[in-house]
Design a protein around this ligand. Sequence first.
Ligand code: PLP
Length: 378
Amino acid sequence: MSHLFDVYPLYDIEPVKARGSYLWDRHGTKYTDLYGGHAVISVGHAHPYYVDMLTRQLNAISFYSNSVKIPLQEELAGKLGELSGYPDYKLFLCNSGAEANENALKLASFHNGRTKVVAFKKAFHGRTAGAVAATDNPSIVAPINYNKHVTFLPFNDVEAAENGISEEVSAVIVEGIQGVGGIHVCTDEFLQTLRRKCDETGAVLILDSVQCGYGRTGKFFSHQFSGIHPDLMTMAKGMGNGFPIGGVLISPKFKASYGLLGTTFGGNHLACAAGVAVLDIMKNENLMDNAARMGEYFMDGIRQIGGYRELRGRGLMIGIEYDFPVKDLRNKLLYEHKLFTGVAGANTLRLLPSLALGKEEADAFLEALEMEITALSK
Ligand code: PLP
Protein backbone atom coordinates (compact mmCIF):
# COMPACT_ATOMS: atom_id res chain seq x y z
CA MET A 1 0.00 0.00 0.00
CA SER A 2 1.19 3.49 -0.83
CA HIS A 3 1.47 6.12 1.91
CA LEU A 4 1.59 9.90 2.14
CA PHE A 5 4.92 11.65 1.92
CA ASP A 6 5.40 12.49 5.58
CA VAL A 7 5.96 16.25 5.72
CA TYR A 8 3.47 17.32 8.39
CA PRO A 9 3.64 16.64 12.14
CA LEU A 10 0.03 15.65 12.88
CA TYR A 11 -2.18 15.85 15.95
CA ASP A 12 -3.93 12.58 16.60
CA ILE A 13 -7.33 14.21 16.05
CA GLU A 14 -9.64 13.60 13.13
CA PRO A 15 -12.26 16.34 12.71
CA VAL A 16 -15.39 15.05 11.01
CA LYS A 17 -17.82 17.92 11.50
CA ALA A 18 -17.56 21.69 11.91
CA ARG A 19 -19.99 24.56 12.49
CA GLY A 20 -19.13 28.21 13.10
CA SER A 21 -16.10 28.23 15.42
CA TYR A 22 -16.49 24.62 16.54
CA LEU A 23 -15.15 21.28 15.33
CA TRP A 24 -16.07 17.74 16.38
CA ASP A 25 -13.77 14.74 16.10
CA ARG A 26 -14.89 11.23 15.21
CA HIS A 27 -15.51 10.40 18.88
CA GLY A 28 -17.94 13.31 19.17
CA THR A 29 -15.54 15.50 21.19
CA LYS A 30 -16.14 19.22 20.58
CA TYR A 31 -13.27 21.67 20.02
CA THR A 32 -13.19 25.46 19.70
CA ASP A 33 -11.29 26.58 16.63
CA LEU A 34 -9.10 29.63 17.20
CA TYR A 35 -6.86 28.95 14.24
CA GLY A 36 -9.13 28.24 11.26
CA GLY A 37 -6.54 26.15 9.42
CA HIS A 38 -3.99 28.99 9.10
CA ALA A 39 -6.55 31.86 8.81
CA VAL A 40 -8.57 30.09 6.14
CA ILE A 41 -11.93 29.88 7.93
CA SER A 42 -13.03 33.50 7.64
CA VAL A 43 -16.82 33.39 7.92
CA GLY A 44 -17.04 30.26 10.07
CA HIS A 45 -17.28 26.58 9.28
CA ALA A 46 -20.28 25.42 7.23
CA HIS A 47 -22.04 28.79 7.16
CA PRO A 48 -25.53 28.00 5.76
CA TYR A 49 -25.36 30.76 3.10
CA TYR A 50 -21.97 29.51 1.94
CA VAL A 51 -23.07 25.87 1.90
CA ASP A 52 -26.20 26.78 -0.04
CA MET A 53 -24.32 28.83 -2.63
CA LEU A 54 -21.71 26.14 -3.20
CA THR A 55 -24.32 23.39 -3.37
CA ARG A 56 -26.38 25.30 -5.92
CA GLN A 57 -23.28 25.99 -7.98
CA LEU A 58 -22.21 22.35 -7.82
CA ASN A 59 -25.59 21.33 -9.17
CA ALA A 60 -25.43 23.93 -11.94
CA ILE A 61 -21.88 23.77 -13.28
CA SER A 62 -18.73 23.15 -11.26
CA PHE A 63 -16.05 23.85 -13.80
CA TYR A 64 -15.25 25.08 -17.24
CA SER A 65 -12.07 26.66 -18.53
CA ASN A 66 -11.18 30.32 -18.84
CA SER A 67 -12.14 30.24 -22.53
CA VAL A 68 -15.80 31.01 -21.73
CA LYS A 69 -17.69 33.73 -19.89
CA ILE A 70 -17.95 33.10 -16.16
CA PRO A 71 -20.14 35.94 -14.82
CA LEU A 72 -19.37 34.88 -11.25
CA GLN A 73 -15.80 36.08 -11.82
CA GLU A 74 -17.07 39.59 -12.60
CA GLU A 75 -19.40 39.45 -9.62
CA LEU A 76 -16.51 38.46 -7.38
CA ALA A 77 -14.25 41.21 -8.77
CA GLY A 78 -17.01 43.82 -8.35
CA LYS A 79 -17.87 42.84 -4.79
CA LEU A 80 -14.22 42.54 -3.80
CA GLY A 81 -13.43 45.98 -5.24
CA GLU A 82 -16.33 47.50 -3.34
CA LEU A 83 -15.73 45.85 0.05
CA SER A 84 -11.95 46.28 -0.04
CA GLY A 85 -12.04 49.93 -1.10
CA TYR A 86 -10.21 49.26 -4.38
CA PRO A 87 -13.01 49.53 -6.97
CA ASP A 88 -10.68 50.63 -9.77
CA TYR A 89 -8.22 47.74 -9.34
CA LYS A 90 -8.53 44.63 -11.56
CA LEU A 91 -8.60 41.06 -10.29
CA PHE A 92 -6.59 38.07 -11.50
CA LEU A 93 -7.78 34.78 -10.03
CA CYS A 94 -5.62 31.79 -9.15
CA ASN A 95 -5.63 28.99 -6.56
CA SER A 96 -3.33 29.75 -3.64
CA GLY A 97 -1.28 32.36 -1.88
CA ALA A 98 2.04 31.26 -3.35
CA GLU A 99 0.56 31.35 -6.82
CA ALA A 100 -0.82 34.84 -6.22
CA ASN A 101 2.64 36.05 -5.13
CA GLU A 102 4.26 34.30 -8.06
CA ASN A 103 1.94 36.12 -10.47
CA ALA A 104 2.46 39.43 -8.70
CA LEU A 105 6.27 39.14 -8.96
CA LYS A 106 5.91 38.21 -12.61
CA LEU A 107 3.57 41.13 -13.33
CA ALA A 108 6.01 43.53 -11.68
CA SER A 109 8.84 42.24 -13.84
CA PHE A 110 6.75 42.47 -17.01
CA HIS A 111 5.79 46.00 -16.02
CA ASN A 112 9.23 47.51 -15.46
CA GLY A 113 11.48 44.99 -17.23
CA ARG A 114 13.62 44.50 -14.11
CA THR A 115 14.60 41.35 -12.22
CA LYS A 116 15.62 42.26 -8.69
CA VAL A 117 13.30 41.78 -5.74
CA VAL A 118 13.46 43.25 -2.24
CA ALA A 119 11.88 41.16 0.51
CA PHE A 120 12.19 41.22 4.30
CA LYS A 121 13.74 39.11 7.00
CA LYS A 122 11.35 36.54 8.51
CA ALA A 123 9.02 36.94 5.50
CA PHE A 124 6.94 34.02 4.29
CA HIS A 125 5.41 34.20 0.83
CA GLY A 126 4.76 30.55 -0.07
CA ARG A 127 6.53 27.55 -1.53
CA THR A 128 6.48 27.86 -5.31
CA ALA A 129 9.84 28.73 -6.86
CA GLY A 130 9.31 32.50 -7.04
CA ALA A 131 7.41 32.81 -3.77
CA VAL A 132 9.87 30.69 -1.82
CA ALA A 133 12.74 32.74 -3.23
CA ALA A 134 11.24 35.80 -1.53
CA THR A 135 10.86 33.85 1.72
CA ASP A 136 13.58 34.30 4.32
CA ASN A 137 13.58 30.81 5.81
CA PRO A 138 16.59 28.66 4.87
CA SER A 139 14.86 25.46 5.98
CA ILE A 140 12.41 25.64 3.06
CA VAL A 141 14.65 27.06 0.32
CA ALA A 142 16.20 24.31 -1.83
CA PRO A 143 19.91 24.44 -2.74
CA ILE A 144 18.88 25.24 -6.34
CA ASN A 145 19.40 28.98 -6.35
CA TYR A 146 15.96 30.44 -6.83
CA ASN A 147 16.70 33.55 -4.87
CA LYS A 148 19.74 34.99 -6.56
CA HIS A 149 17.59 38.01 -7.46
CA VAL A 150 16.30 38.64 -3.95
CA THR A 151 17.76 40.90 -1.27
CA PHE A 152 16.40 40.55 2.25
CA LEU A 153 16.26 43.75 4.27
CA PRO A 154 15.50 43.96 8.00
CA PHE A 155 11.76 44.24 8.65
CA ASN A 156 10.40 47.60 9.82
CA ASP A 157 13.81 49.22 9.29
CA VAL A 158 13.14 52.57 7.62
CA GLU A 159 16.79 53.40 7.02
CA ALA A 160 17.50 50.04 5.37
CA ALA A 161 14.48 50.60 3.11
CA GLU A 162 15.70 54.09 2.22
CA ASN A 163 19.09 52.70 1.19
CA GLY A 164 18.10 49.31 -0.18
CA ILE A 165 15.49 50.18 -2.82
CA SER A 166 17.13 51.39 -6.03
CA GLU A 167 16.28 51.85 -9.73
CA GLU A 168 17.33 48.23 -10.30
CA VAL A 169 14.54 46.82 -8.14
CA SER A 170 11.54 45.33 -9.91
CA ALA A 171 9.39 44.64 -6.86
CA VAL A 172 9.27 45.15 -3.13
CA ILE A 173 7.18 42.46 -1.48
CA VAL A 174 6.04 42.78 2.12
CA GLU A 175 3.34 41.41 4.42
CA GLY A 176 1.32 44.13 6.17
CA ILE A 177 1.58 41.88 9.22
CA GLN A 178 4.11 39.07 9.10
CA GLY A 179 2.19 35.90 9.87
CA VAL A 180 4.44 32.84 9.83
CA GLY A 181 7.32 35.14 10.87
CA GLY A 182 5.62 35.85 14.21
CA ILE A 183 2.79 38.42 13.89
CA HIS A 184 4.95 41.50 13.43
CA VAL A 185 2.97 44.56 12.34
CA CYS A 186 4.47 46.98 9.77
CA THR A 187 4.78 50.46 11.23
CA ASP A 188 3.06 53.28 9.33
CA GLU A 189 6.40 54.94 8.72
CA PHE A 190 7.89 51.75 7.27
CA LEU A 191 5.03 51.19 4.81
CA GLN A 192 4.94 54.86 3.86
CA THR A 193 8.69 54.74 3.19
CA LEU A 194 8.29 51.66 0.99
CA ARG A 195 5.55 53.44 -0.94
CA ARG A 196 7.64 56.57 -1.45
CA LYS A 197 10.79 54.63 -2.42
CA CYS A 198 8.84 52.57 -4.95
CA ASP A 199 7.41 55.78 -6.43
CA GLU A 200 10.87 57.35 -6.64
CA THR A 201 12.55 54.31 -8.23
CA GLY A 202 9.78 52.79 -10.35
CA ALA A 203 9.72 49.59 -8.30
CA VAL A 204 6.36 47.85 -7.84
CA LEU A 205 5.00 47.63 -4.28
CA ILE A 206 3.38 44.25 -3.56
CA LEU A 207 1.46 43.80 -0.32
CA ASP A 208 1.22 40.10 0.45
CA SER A 209 -2.16 40.09 2.15
CA VAL A 210 -2.60 36.33 2.01
CA GLN A 211 -2.75 35.98 5.79
CA CYS A 212 -3.36 39.52 7.07
CA GLY A 213 -5.95 40.48 4.44
CA TYR A 214 -9.61 39.74 3.93
CA GLY A 215 -10.96 41.64 6.90
CA ARG A 216 -8.97 39.83 9.55
CA THR A 217 -7.51 42.98 11.11
CA GLY A 218 -10.74 44.96 11.16
CA LYS A 219 -9.94 46.66 7.87
CA PHE A 220 -10.08 44.73 4.61
CA PHE A 221 -6.28 44.98 4.22
CA SER A 222 -3.95 45.63 7.13
CA HIS A 223 -1.96 48.23 5.15
CA GLN A 224 -5.10 50.40 5.13
CA PHE A 225 -4.24 51.45 8.68
CA SER A 226 -1.17 53.17 7.22
CA GLY A 227 -2.93 55.11 4.47
CA ILE A 228 -0.91 53.72 1.56
CA HIS A 229 -2.04 52.18 -1.72
CA PRO A 230 0.04 49.27 -3.03
CA ASP A 231 0.41 48.50 -6.73
CA LEU A 232 -0.48 44.86 -6.25
CA MET A 233 -2.18 42.98 -3.41
CA THR A 234 -2.17 39.22 -3.14
CA MET A 235 -4.89 37.24 -1.38
CA ALA A 236 -5.87 33.64 -0.62
CA LYS A 237 -6.66 31.84 2.68
CA GLY A 238 -9.86 33.53 3.95
CA MET A 239 -10.96 34.33 0.41
CA GLY A 240 -12.77 31.01 -0.05
CA ASN A 241 -13.38 29.96 3.59
CA GLY A 242 -11.76 26.61 2.80
CA PHE A 243 -12.33 26.38 -0.92
CA PRO A 244 -8.92 26.92 -2.59
CA ILE A 245 -8.84 30.31 -4.30
CA GLY A 246 -6.27 33.06 -4.58
CA GLY A 247 -6.11 36.38 -6.34
CA VAL A 248 -4.09 39.46 -7.21
CA LEU A 249 -5.65 42.94 -7.09
CA ILE A 250 -3.91 44.99 -9.75
CA SER A 251 -3.62 48.78 -9.96
CA PRO A 252 -4.98 50.46 -13.11
CA LYS A 253 -1.43 51.35 -14.15
CA PHE A 254 -0.83 47.74 -15.28
CA LYS A 255 -1.89 46.84 -18.82
CA ALA A 256 -3.44 43.42 -19.45
CA SER A 257 -2.80 41.45 -22.65
CA TYR A 258 -3.90 38.01 -23.73
CA GLY A 259 -1.63 35.28 -22.40
CA LEU A 260 0.26 37.56 -19.98
CA LEU A 261 -0.99 35.48 -17.03
CA GLY A 262 -2.94 32.25 -17.06
CA THR A 263 -4.20 29.28 -15.08
CA THR A 264 -6.36 26.17 -15.57
CA PHE A 265 -8.25 26.13 -12.28
CA GLY A 266 -8.07 29.81 -11.30
CA GLY A 267 -11.49 31.49 -11.23
CA ASN A 268 -13.46 28.28 -11.68
CA HIS A 269 -17.18 28.35 -11.01
CA LEU A 270 -17.06 26.69 -7.60
CA ALA A 271 -14.16 28.79 -6.36
CA CYS A 272 -15.95 31.97 -7.42
CA ALA A 273 -19.18 30.85 -5.75
CA ALA A 274 -17.19 30.35 -2.54
CA GLY A 275 -15.52 33.75 -3.00
CA VAL A 276 -18.81 35.58 -3.58
CA ALA A 277 -20.46 33.83 -0.63
CA VAL A 278 -17.60 34.90 1.67
CA LEU A 279 -17.86 38.55 0.62
CA ASP A 280 -21.66 38.56 0.94
CA ILE A 281 -21.45 37.11 4.44
CA MET A 282 -18.66 39.50 5.46
CA LYS A 283 -20.76 42.44 4.33
CA ASN A 284 -24.17 41.29 5.58
CA GLU A 285 -22.86 40.29 9.00
CA ASN A 286 -20.40 43.18 9.43
CA LEU A 287 -17.60 40.75 10.09
CA MET A 288 -14.81 43.30 9.78
CA ASP A 289 -16.36 45.27 12.65
CA ASN A 290 -16.69 42.06 14.62
CA ALA A 291 -13.02 41.23 13.96
CA ALA A 292 -11.98 44.66 15.26
CA ARG A 293 -14.23 44.39 18.33
CA MET A 294 -13.33 40.82 19.19
CA GLY A 295 -9.65 41.56 18.59
CA GLU A 296 -9.77 44.26 21.27
CA TYR A 297 -11.67 41.96 23.58
CA PHE A 298 -8.99 39.29 23.16
CA MET A 299 -6.12 41.73 23.59
CA ASP A 300 -7.65 43.19 26.78
CA GLY A 301 -8.20 39.71 28.20
CA ILE A 302 -4.69 38.56 27.31
CA ARG A 303 -3.18 41.73 28.83
CA GLN A 304 -5.02 41.07 32.08
CA ILE A 305 -3.66 37.52 32.24
CA GLY A 306 -0.09 38.71 31.51
CA GLY A 307 2.93 36.44 31.75
CA TYR A 308 4.03 37.03 28.15
CA ARG A 309 7.05 38.77 26.68
CA GLU A 310 5.14 40.63 23.96
CA LEU A 311 1.59 40.80 22.64
CA ARG A 312 1.31 41.71 18.95
CA GLY A 313 -1.26 41.93 16.21
CA ARG A 314 -4.42 43.62 15.05
CA GLY A 315 -8.03 42.50 15.07
CA LEU A 316 -8.18 38.72 14.93
CA MET A 317 -4.55 38.22 13.96
CA ILE A 318 -2.84 37.89 17.31
CA GLY A 319 0.58 36.70 18.43
CA ILE A 320 1.47 36.15 22.10
CA GLU A 321 5.20 35.71 22.52
CA TYR A 322 6.39 33.99 25.70
CA ASP A 323 9.84 33.50 27.19
CA PHE A 324 9.48 29.75 26.65
CA PRO A 325 8.55 27.40 23.78
CA VAL A 326 4.76 27.19 23.56
CA LYS A 327 4.58 23.57 22.42
CA ASP A 328 3.45 22.23 25.83
CA LEU A 329 1.06 25.12 26.35
CA ARG A 330 -0.56 24.45 22.97
CA ASN A 331 -0.87 20.76 23.73
CA LYS A 332 -2.58 21.57 27.03
CA LEU A 333 -4.93 24.00 25.31
CA LEU A 334 -5.78 21.36 22.73
CA TYR A 335 -5.96 18.14 24.72
CA GLU A 336 -7.20 19.45 28.07
CA HIS A 337 -9.23 22.51 27.08
CA LYS A 338 -10.20 21.38 23.54
CA LEU A 339 -8.95 24.59 21.90
CA PHE A 340 -7.15 24.75 18.57
CA THR A 341 -4.44 27.42 18.42
CA GLY A 342 -1.46 28.00 16.14
CA VAL A 343 2.19 28.83 16.54
CA ALA A 344 4.76 31.10 14.88
CA GLY A 345 8.38 30.22 15.62
CA ALA A 346 8.91 28.35 18.87
CA ASN A 347 7.71 30.90 21.42
CA THR A 348 4.73 32.63 19.86
CA LEU A 349 1.15 31.42 20.17
CA ARG A 350 -0.78 32.47 17.06
CA LEU A 351 -4.53 33.10 17.01
CA LEU A 352 -6.36 33.33 13.69
CA PRO A 353 -10.00 32.51 14.46
CA SER A 354 -13.00 33.07 12.23
CA LEU A 355 -14.01 36.71 11.83
CA ALA A 356 -17.41 35.69 13.19
CA LEU A 357 -15.94 34.62 16.52
CA GLY A 358 -18.23 35.28 19.50
CA LYS A 359 -17.53 36.23 23.13
CA GLU A 360 -18.30 32.74 24.36
CA GLU A 361 -15.51 31.19 22.27
CA ALA A 362 -13.09 33.99 23.19
CA ASP A 363 -13.90 33.50 26.89
CA ALA A 364 -13.25 29.77 26.62
CA PHE A 365 -9.75 30.59 25.40
CA LEU A 366 -9.11 33.33 27.98
CA GLU A 367 -10.19 31.13 30.87
CA ALA A 368 -8.02 28.24 29.69
CA LEU A 369 -5.03 30.52 29.08
CA GLU A 370 -5.36 32.07 32.52
CA MET A 371 -5.47 28.65 34.13
CA GLU A 372 -2.36 27.43 32.29
CA ILE A 373 -0.32 30.62 32.73
CA THR A 374 -1.17 30.71 36.43
CA ALA A 375 -0.14 27.06 36.78
CA LEU A 376 3.15 27.78 34.98
CA SER A 377 4.00 30.67 37.28
CA LYS A 378 3.63 28.54 40.43
N1 PLP B 1 1.86 34.47 1.91
C1 PLP B 1 1.63 34.44 3.23
C2 PLP B 1 1.74 35.71 4.02
C3 PLP B 1 1.28 33.25 3.86
O1 PLP B 1 1.07 33.23 5.18
C4 PLP B 1 1.16 32.07 3.07
C5 PLP B 1 0.81 30.80 3.71
O2 PLP B 1 0.88 30.61 4.89
C6 PLP B 1 1.40 32.16 1.70
C7 PLP B 1 1.74 33.37 1.15
C8 PLP B 1 1.28 30.95 0.84
O3 PLP B 1 -0.04 30.61 0.67
P1 PLP B 1 -0.44 29.17 0.11
O4 PLP B 1 -0.05 28.18 1.15
O5 PLP B 1 -1.91 29.27 -0.13
O6 PLP B 1 0.32 28.97 -1.15
